[in-house]
Design a protein around this ligand. Sequence first.
Ligand code: FES
Ligand code: FES
Length: 154
Amino acid sequence: PSSRVSLTVNGTRRTVTVDNRTSLLDLLREHLGLTGSKKGCNAGACGACTVLVDGHRVNSCLTLAVRLEGAEVTTVEGLADGDRLHPLQQAFIDEDAFQCGYCTPGQIVSGVGCIQEGHTGSPEEIREWMSGNICRCGCYVKIVRAVEQTAGRK
Ligand code: FES
Ligand code: FES
């Protein structure tokens, strides 16, 4: 069975009809063409699919799209202001906080959540609250630095 769901994605209201088993990640990538959020494990273990739902970080691969009636979703595509990068996106570039880049959209969205939650008191605290985001390239030191630097600027 399928259902109609209306939600706001990066500030735009979208109404789609999806199979009831569709994840938010597949809704974003396959129905809305927003391929910034990545599919790593598709099982809640890697964080590559992290998006904000009503301001909270979620693994979109584990979230059923039909449950999101009326929700506000922010993906990595929604962070920049036109051509102006979000400060954390800029910090990832400045700190050279990625290699292959596959985990990066999830790291950045998760980092934005981490900063909004105020879990940035120390590198250890940032590591703890970013621990759901795995980087196979091992860029953790620089990722933490980028989050720390952005949090410090606010
Ligand atoms: Fe969602 Fe890995 S793809 S947590
Ligand atoms: Fe390659 Fe993180 S930059 S997985």
